[in-house]
Design a protein around this ligand. Structure first.
Ligand code: PSV
Ligand code: MN
Length: 424
């Protein structure tokens, strides 16, 4: 379904007085407001093709209605998100869940919706119907060379699909690991993974990257072969300049200082980008900013500082993506909320008084350093995010607009109540 721009404009018009008052209130307080707005307006966050349907747990799945039944409908849903927030101009495909059989037609449909293709993701954590060898005991780290070969070939095939769509990165997450002590020789598992990744690396086009994601546990509960950022960094360093480490916010043990990891990876030029989500216990895949928005702000504070230190373009030099699962919410609403949360954290990080912070750090003025960060974090920047969206032709209040335009009801009418999207 396509959203007519005039319907969004009408809604904006109804809210414009209230917005203007709020925006002017904050704009006078910020020296570089135009620069902040400009940065916000070019900042986009990719949507994963697997997050547009209702997720589930191992205990069950409760369908939401009107879910996309095909890759085409997933692209249309991302088109809806982008039409409302003007901040989600790309989609990331998971293969084989979303194989673009007719790449030219898929690309044309995406372009019609103002979208392009972000990283392509391989999948060697599940067995597919016609697959010869099983990944029950892993894929790229497997003890059997034939299984490793099959997984390598799959990744090379994913690159082939990505090339057809003008993607520029292959994103690899392995569930490889062990469930019990003694099951695995850690060193051999690591070496096998490295050698397999080297073969995949050799198949990358010159202008591509491979993003190596890490995760401490699940589905394996004793060890994961790429379990943390150190292991991923070791692999990406050994692989070469086209390999980098991908940070999924849910892939850390409780209490991990993610902002410090991000800062050091950025310093080394090894930060591939993000899978954004939020969590209270583990890989909960909850809406970004729903549990710990302060941590999200602290991560963005390191990102802005670190990227500026290296002269990097905030919007384009690393990959920004959501990786979440929506078990009880409407996936489109959840994704709209996540994008808003990311933009809010980014806007707050842009407001940090950097010179004052550096001075406070150099003077060991701990209290002042905290005050400076919290001054930015406690600023209500929502009207800045709205203003950026408005100037881009989006909605002042994307979620409100989604509801007022009855989009889910339209989708249910068009697709039916009991549709199921591919993915987890
Ligand atoms: C694994 O938990 C993960 O975060 C990886 O990024 C997968 O590709 C994605 O979720 C979808 O299952
Ligand atoms: Mn992920």
């Amino acid at each position: 379904m396509q959203i007519e721009k005039y319907t969004v404009d009408e809604l904006n018009h109804q809210q414009s007085k209230k917005h203007q008052l709020r925006f002017e209130g904050i704009a006078t307080d910020i020296n570089n407001v135009e620069e902040v707005l400009q940065k916000l307006s070019v900042f986009n966050i990719a949507i994963p093709s697997w997050a547009l349907g209702t997720g589930g747990t191992r205990f069950g799945r409760f369908s939401g209605g009107g879910e996309p039944r095909s890759l085409e409908e997933k692209i249309e849903d991302v088109g809806v998100i982008h039409a409302l927030n003007k901040s989600s101009n790309s989609i990331s495909l998971h293969i084989p869940w979303d194989i673009p059989d007719n790449a030219a037609a898929i690309k044309a449909l995406a372009a019609q919706n103002g979208l392009h293709f972000d990283a392509v993701n391989s999948n060697t954590f599940q067995d597919q119907k016609d697959q010869k060898l099983s990944y029950k005991f892993g894929s790229l780290h497997h003890v059997d060379k034939a299984v490793r070969k099959q997984a390598i070939e799959h990744n090379i095939e994913v690159i082939k699909y990505g090339k057809q769509l003008d993607s520029k990165a292959l994103s690899v997450w392995l569930s490889d690991g062990s469930n019990f002590p003694g099951q695995l020789n850690f060193r051999k598992a690591f070496q096998n993974t490295l050698e397999s990744l080297q073969e995949i690396y050799a198949a990358l086009p010159d202008d591509w990257k491979v993003w190596v994601e890490y995760k401490p546990y699940e589905p394996n509960f004793y060890s994961t072969t790429i379990g943390d950022w150190g292991q991923s960094y070791l692999l990406s360093s050994k692989l070469g300049p086209k390999a980098q480490t991908l940070v999924d916010l849910g892939h850390h043990l409780q209490g991990t200082n993610i902002e410090q990891i991000v800062s050091l990876l950025l310093m080394e030029g090894k930060l591939a980008g993000f899978h954004f989500n939020d969590s209270k216990y583990g890989d909960d895949d909850l809406t970004v900013g729903s549990i710990n928005p302060y941590q999200l702000f602290l991560i963005f504070n390191e990102l802005v500082e670190g990227m500026d230190a290296r002269g990097m373009d905030h919007a384009t030099s690393i990959g920004w993506m959501i990786d979440a699962s929506h078990n009880v919410k409407d996936p489109i609403e959840d994704l709209l909320q996540s994008v808003q949360a990311i933009k809010i954290a980014y806007a707050q990080a842009l407001l940090v008084d950097k010179a004052a912070l550096v001075a406070a750090q150099n003077n060991n003025d701990v209290a002042l350093a905290q005050e400076i960060l919290q001054q930015a974090y406690r600023t209500d920047v929502r009207s800045l995010v709205s203003e950026a969206s408005l100037r881009n032709g989006g909605a002042l209040d994307p979620i409100g607009a989604y509801r007022k335009l009855n989009i889910r009801e339209h989708l249910i009418k068009e697709r039916g109540l009991k549709t199921v999207a591919t993915g987890l």
